[in-house]
Write a protein that binds this ligand. Structure first.
Ligand SMILES: [Zn+2]
Length: 151
């Protein structure tokens, strides 16, 4: 069985940020205009051994847990577009928030809303992403129930 995800896509996931957000929950006040959201993985990790199917499976369970804890439902989009586009990107990737290479910031996501980038979630592809079901117990950083990044 999958572990319960440890977080529901905070805006920034990183070593120091993760520690800070445990103490102070970030709430932007922005909300989704609809409750039924679609998601799509637009690009997959190039530098890690995670298969596209596993990435999609992990995100499915992460979003299912988010849905269970909220009024939202999530469905993988059949076409190209989606409310939540997921990318594994490096350095500068056209959103003004360049990644910093291995370590530190691991991922970030945009707050809900009606802008095209709202909800989009980016993972730093210079991290080594692994699937580790034990990550929760070991106290490692984990996203989506065991998707862990590190150097
Ligand atoms: Zn980004």
């Amino acid at each position: 069985m999958m572990d319960q995800p440890r977080c529901s896509l905070p805006d920034i996931i990183g070593t120091s940020e993760l520690m800070r957000r445990r103490k102070r929950y970030a709430h932007s006040g922005s909300v989704w205009p609809v409750k039924e959201l679609t998601w799509k993985v637009r690009s997959y990790p190039q530098a890690s051994s995670l298969s596209p199917d596993l990435v999609r499976t992990l995100l499915f369970y992460a979003l299912q847990a988010w849905g269970n804890a909220s009024a939202l439902t999530f469905r993988e989009a059949p076409g190209a577009g989606a409310d939540i586009l997921v990318d594994f990107s490096r350095s500068f990737h056209e959103d003004g928030y360049p990644f910093d290479g291995p370590g530190s910031t691991l991922a970030h996501a945009f707050f809900p809303g009606e802008h095209p980038i709202s909800g989009d979630t980016h993972f730093d592809d210079e991290e080594t992403w692994i699937y580790d079901p034990q990550a929760k117990q070991q106290g490692q950083q984990g996203v989506g129930g065991g998707l862990a990044g590190g150097t």
